[in-house]
Design a protein around this ligand. Structure first.
Ligand SMILES: Cc1ncc(COP(=O)(O)O)c(C=O)c1O
Length: 367
């Protein structure tokens, strides 16, 4: 049996329904989080697309070790992380800007866009919390519906651009629908749309796919900004580490809006991110687990006659149109946190893919 299968078996994925014994918890430190969660009866968190297995063992060790150096500013350490991120993305250090989570980058790009006023375009439905301050910043928001299969409608988005458009946001894969743009179509879109406006691509979930990042295109295109995060695949949501990849001149302009660029990530979190980048084994395990649990969950939802959109991420978008009970009451009764209805038409909701055990409990809860 391969290592991967051994590991899947250990955490209860090899055979569905196999429960995890306390021994296996010790044998596999990655299982610690969700085991203790199930034992102490705390809620099952399927709301925010967090990684249920992480931080990685190397990140945990690095964080503990670095507590003692938290009396010092992390200038050199940020440089070390920036260099590692640049290598991973095949760009130069001058193409990277760190943020306390990618939320800091999203906020910054919104502020940067607002310097010119005008409008910005995004899909309806997509990740949009970061756009809440847009009106206060003097920006008009234009939304473009997704296609029937819940993908970004790149043609319609291109058509929506007018002389006042300053930025277009594409979340790829898209949250909450889990759909992904065709790479070539996205490259053509960027080429056209970036002639007069910033194209802002959010790759928070791209690590879960085999798709290529657009980061290398950003080096030469000052109107293309990519944002990425350590919150999802790397399991560091609470540590707050994200970054932008852009042309050096664009990074300079974004940095000029900050008094201390790259200093908002703590020494402990920077060390966690550095260690995570080196823990390729953990990443492979998380990816494999996510795929297995996704497959199980989609199969079960389909058995309940609930339509799912094929997911390229660590969450599933599905329709409650055929669901007869009160879905959110069922979750509440079983101490499970889900999200909301994103689209009334079709009653579309999203569920984060937790561990196998958590998803088994989720399925039992809604049966
Ligand atoms: C698409 C997308 N972008 C960005 C974020 C922000 O993540 P963070 O600030 O933790 O990097 C999220 C969080 O859920 C997200 O779903």
């Amino acid at each position: 049996m391969s290592n991967r299968r051994n590991w899947l078996k250990q955490i209860g994925l090899g055979a569905i329904g196999l429960s995890i014994t306390p021994f296996e918890t010790f044998a596999n430190p990655l299982a610690e989080n969700h085991i203790s969660q199930n034992l102490d009866n705390s809620p099952i968190l399927l709301r925010s697309n967090e990684n249920p297995y992480g931080p990685s063992p190397l990140a945990r060790a690095a964080m503990q070790k670095s507590i003692n150096s938290s009396n010092r500013y992390g200038w050199n350490l940020s440089d070390e992380l920036i260099a590692l991120i640049a290598t991973k993305n095949n760009v130069s250090n001058s193409n990277i800007l760190l943020g306390a989570g990618s939320t800091e980058i999203l906020d910054l790009v919104l502020q940067y866009t607002a310097l010119q006023k005008g409008n910005f375009i995004l899909a309806e439905t997509t990740f949009n919390y970061w756009t809440f301050p847009s009106e206060k910043l003097g920006l008009k928001k234009i939304t473009v519906p997704l296609t029937a299969d819940k993908k970004h409608d790149l043609t319609a988005m291109l058509k929506a651009i007018d002389s006042d458009t300053k930025m277009i946001y594409i979340c790829n894969p898209n949250n909450p629908t889990g759909t992904i743009c065709d790479y070539e179509a996205l490259v053509s879109f960027v080429k056209e749309a970036s002639k007069n406006a910033i194209v802002f691509i959010d790759e928070a979930y791209l690590d879960f796919t085999k798709e290529k990042s657009l980061s290398s295109l950003a080096i030469e295109n000052k109107n293309l900004i990519i944002t990425k995060t350590f919150s999802k695949m790397y399991g560091l949501a609470g540590a707050r580490v994200g970054y932008a990849v852009a042309a050096a001149s664009t990074i300079e302009e974004l940095s000029a809006l900050k008094s201390s660029p790259n200093l908002s990530v703590t020494v402990v979190s920077t060390n966690a991110a550095i260690a995570s980048l080196n823990d390729t084994k953990f990443i492979e395990q998380v990816k494999a687990a996510n795929e297995e649990v996704k497959k199980y969950t989609v199969e079960q939802l389909s058995k309940l006659n609930l339509t799912c959109i094929p997911s390229h991420s660590n969450f599933i978008y599905f329709s409650l149109d055929n669901y007869k009970k009160d879905f959110f009451k069922q979750l509440e009764n079983h101490n499970i946190q889900g999200t909301k209805i994103y689209e009334e038409n079709g009653k579309w909701t999203r569920i984060t893919i937790g561990t196998m055990k958590e998803m088994q409990r989720f399925i039992e809860a809604i049966k």
